[in-house]
Design a protein around this ligand. Structure first.
Ligand SMILES: [Zn+2]
Ligand SMILES: [Zn+2]
Length: 216
């Protein structure tokens, strides 16, 4: 939904503060085992966030009744300050925090929550910089902006904002909205592109396949 300037930017203060509080609380009771559990779960939480981000964007923001209308407004006016207000996201964050601490204990649950919060901050920051402001010469941000611009032009792919990992896994990578008529390029599936695909191409049998191809 359309937000006031304060409501839009308050996320960039509240969630980093929540993350800092969780880390300080998680690492304060010195003890290697609990600190290690906290940090491992934090890393896992960041990874889990990227998957949640993909699923929420692909299936809820583009197909769920009310959320779709709210997200359509962002697609129509990408430079407007549109997002989830903190009075909807913060209760969800606190329920996840309480639930994961209750289920997993304070070390693992606190670490998981800190990771999810860090992932959310990463997501809103990259999404913000994809539409507004400078990219500070960072290649990662240029790629994220281009990837997300293609999603705005064609809504059938590039659902990942912070990473294209899950788009590669599920074959929803958009390489060019114009070139393929808006359909996701399924060659983007992870086993045929990127490092693994190149590795496959370097194998001896990959060379045999290349040599046996008729020259045109
Ligand atoms: Zn979208
Ligand atoms: Zn956007």
């Amino acid at each position: 939904m359309r937000l006031s300037t304060t409501t839009y930017y308050v996320d960039f203060a509240v969630y980093p503060a929540l993350f800092t509080g969780l880390v300080a609380h998680g690492l304060a009771p010195a003890g290697l085992a609990s600190a290690a559990t906290f940090l491992i779960m934090l890393v896992f939480g960041v990874g889990l966030w990227t998957f949640i981000e993909y699923l929420v964007h692909r299936f809820l923001f583009h197909h769920a009744p009310v959320l779709q209308d709210l997200h359509d407004a962002h697609h129509a006016e990408p430079h407007d300050l549109i997002g989830s207000p903190i009075w909807t996201s913060l209760p969800i964050a606190l329920v996840i925090l309480a639930g994961s601490v209750w289920l997993l204990g304070s070390d693992a649950g606190g670490g998981l929550s800190a990771g999810l919060v860090a992932g959310y901050v990463w997501y809103i920051s990259v999404h913000h910089l994809s539409h507004h402001g400078r990219l500070y010469g960072m290649r990662y941000l240029y790629r994220a902006r281009r990837r997300h611009a293609l999603h705005h032009a064609c809504e059938t792919g590039n659902f990942g904002v912070s990473t294209d990992f899950w788009d590669r896994v599920f074959g929803t990578v958009l390489l060019s909205a114009a070139a393929n008529g808006g359909a996701p390029d399924n060659r983007g599936a992870w086993w045929t592109t990127g490092r693994i695909g190149r590795l496959w191409g370097r194998k001896p049998w990959g060379a045999l396949v290349r040599l046996s191809r008729p020259r045109v």
